[in-house]
Design a protein around this ligand. Structure first.
Ligand SMILES: C[C@H](O)[C@@H](O)CC(=O)C(=O)O
Ligand SMILES: [Mg+2]
Length: 435
C-alpha cells in the first residue's frame, strides 16, 4: 500500500514575513509578530517531494531549523513504507531519542521541529497516494490508524480497544458526511478583523467588510487596558449585532483572578469564549476560570500553546477547556493531533482548531474535515479559525466560500510554498531581507 521509494534528502529553510510592520497577528503578548515558518522539503530518489512547516514568530526560527537538522538522520534513507508500516515506532524515534528528549520531552523547540518533519512525511505519503491529507487519513483502516498513534500516558483515560470501537462507529455515514462537506464546506470564524494593534477605524472597516461577505463569528484580541477592551468590544458588538458570535482572546496575559474579574466586566458583550485567559500550562487555573464563567455562559478555549497530548488530557479531564484548540505545528504533527481529537471526543469537548499564523489555515482545515468525517461526526457546535494573511504564498491555499472552508482536494497536506515566496522571504538571504 505504501511507496517503497527512499527519502534521499531533507532540506530546511527559515522563512520570515515582516507582518510586525502592519501589526497583522498582534495580540497582548506578541506585539511585533513576524509570521514565520521552518519549511521542510523531503525528496525521494525519483524526485518526488513532500513539504512540511512549523509556525514560529521571527527570532528563534533559526533554532527550530537547527533542531530539524538534528532530526534529519531519522528520516533520510527511509521510505514511506518503512515509516508507515510502523509509524508509532518512527514517531517515537523522533520524540524519544535518548539524547534529544532531554530538550523536551515532547514540548517546545523539539516538538515544533518534530511537527515540521512529520507534517512533511504525511504530505509526501498523501501525495504518493494521490489524496488530500484528510482523505488519506480517513481511508486508513481504523485498526491500522490506531496502531500508528503513540497513546502513551493516555491509557488511564481511554484504552486502544475503546478507541478502535469509537472510530469504527464513525465509519457509518462516512461517505454521506464527505458528500456534505463537498457540497457545503465546513463552518469558519474570522480572527483577522480584531488584531490588537489595529486602530478602531481599521477594525470597523474590516468587520463591516466581513459582515458583508456573510461571516457570522468574529474573534477579537483583549488584554490591554480594561478601558480599551471594553471600547473595542462595544465597537465590534455594535457592528455585528446580538446574534452573531464574538470570541475574545487574551493570549495568556492575565493571572487567574484577573482573568475572572476582567471577563465578568466584558460579559455584557456576550463573549462566546475567552481564549488563553492565563498561562497555557496552568490546568488548575483554567479549571477555576471555567467554573467562575460557567454561569455567564462564557466558555474557556485553549490549546494553541498546549504542549502535547498529555497536557490536553488533563485540560479535558479536569473541565479546564470547553473548546479544544488543536494546532497543526505545536505538537508533534498529524498522529498526535489525531490523538488529541480522539481525547476531545471522549470528553465531549468540541474541536475548534487554531489557525492564526502563516500556513495554519491551509493545514488545520484538513483536521476539521477529519474530525467531522471520522472522529466526532459533529459540525453544529464547531468552527475552524480563519485569518486572512499570506495564503497566496502556498500552492494549495485555503479557500473560503460563504464563510465556510471549502473541502481541500489537491493531493498532500497543503504545506508546499511557492518557490518565489521562499526565495523572497527566506531569512536572512531572501531578496526582501537583503533590501
Ligand atoms: C501571534 C498570533 O497571531 C496569535 O495571536 C494567534 C492567535 O492567538 C489566534 O489566532 O488565536
Ligand atoms: Mg489564540
Amino acid at each position: 500500500m505504501f511507496s517503497k521509494e527512499k527519502i534521499v534528502q531533507l532540506e530546511v529553510q527559515d522563512v520570515r514575513y515582516p507582518t510586525s510592520k502592519t501589526l497583522d497577528g498582534s495580540d497582548s503578548v506578541h506585539t511585533d509578530p513576524d509570521y514565520s515558518v521552518a519549511y521542510v522539503t523531503l525528496t525521494t530518489g525519483t524526485g518526488v517531494s513532500g513539504y512540511g512547516i512549523t509556525f514560529t514568530l521571527g527570532a528563534g526560527t533559526d533554532v527550530v531549523v537547527k533542531a530539524i537538522e538534528l532530526l534529519k538522520k531519522k528520516v533520510v534513507g527511509k521510505s514511506i513504507h518503512d515509516i508507515f508500516t510502523n509509524y508509532r515506532a518512527f514517531y517515537r524515534s523522533l520524540t524519544q531519542d535518548s539524547q534529544m528528549r532531554w530538550l523536551g520531552p515532547e514540548k517546545g523547540i523539539v516538538h515544533l521541529a518534530t511537527a515540521a518533519v512529520t507534517n512533511a512525511v504525511w504530505d509526501l505519503a498523501a501525495r504518493l497516494a494521490n489524496k488530500p491529507l484528510w482523505r488519506f487519513v480517513v481511508d486508513i483502516p481504523v485498526e491500522d490508524l490506531v496502531a500508528m498513534i503513540d497513546w502513551s500516558y493516555t491509557s488511564d483515560v481511554i484504552s486502544e480497544t475503546e478507541i478502535v470501537e469509537m472510530l469504527s462507529e464513525g465509519q457509518s455515514g462516512k461517505e454521506e458526511r464527505i458528500k456534505e462537506l463537498e457540497k457545503d464546506g465546513y463552518p469558519a470564524y474570522i480572527t483577522s478583523v480584531g488584531w490588537l494593534g489595529y486602530s478602531d477605524e481599521k477594525v470597523k472597516r474590516l468587520t463591516n467588510e466581513k459582515l458583508g461577505e456573510g461571516w457570522t463569528a468574529f474573534k477579537m484580541k483583549v488584554g490591554i487596558s480594561q478601558e480599551d477592551d471594553m471600547r473595542r468590544a462595544e465597537l465590534i458588538r455594535s457592528l455585528i449585532g446580538p446574534d452573531n458570535k464574538l470570541m475574545m482572546d487574551a493570549n495568556q496575559i492575565w493571572d487567574v483572578n484577573d482573568a475572572i474579574t476582567r471577563m465578568k466586566q466584558l460579559k455584557k458583550y456576550n463573549p462566546y469564549w475567552i481564549e488563553e485567559p492565563t498561562s497555557p500550562d496552568d490546568v488548575d487555573g483554567h479549571a477555576q476560570i471555567s467554573q467562575a464563567l460557567r454561569e455567564h455562559n462564557i466558555g474557556v478555549a485553549t490549546g494553541e500553546m498546549c504542549q502535547n497530548r498529555v497536557m490536553f488530557k488533563q485540560f479535558l479531564k479536569l473541565h479546564a477547556m470547553q473548546f479544544c484548540q488543536i494546532d497543526s505545528c505545536r505538537v508533534g504533527g498529524v498522529s498526535e493531533v489525531l490523538a488529541i481529537m480522539v481525547l476531545a471526543r471522549k470528553f465531549g469537548v468540541p474541536v475548534v482548531p487554531h489557525a492564526g499564523g502563516v500556513g495554519l489555515c491551509e493545514l488545520v482545515r484538513h483536521y476539521s474535515m477529519i474530525d467531522y468525517v471520522l472522529i466526532s461526526g459533529k459540525m453544529s457546535d464547531r468552527m475552524c479559525e480563519y485569518a486572512e494573511h499570506l495564503h497566496e504564498h502556498f500552492t494549495d491555499e485555503a479557500e473560503i466560500k460563504n464563510a465556510r472552508y471549502v473541502l481541500p482536494y489537491k493531493p498532500g497536506f497543503s504545506c508546499e510554498m511557492k518557490k518565489e515566496a521562499v526565495e523572497k522571504y527566506k531569512f536572512p538571504d531572501g531578496s526582501y531581507w537583503q533590501n
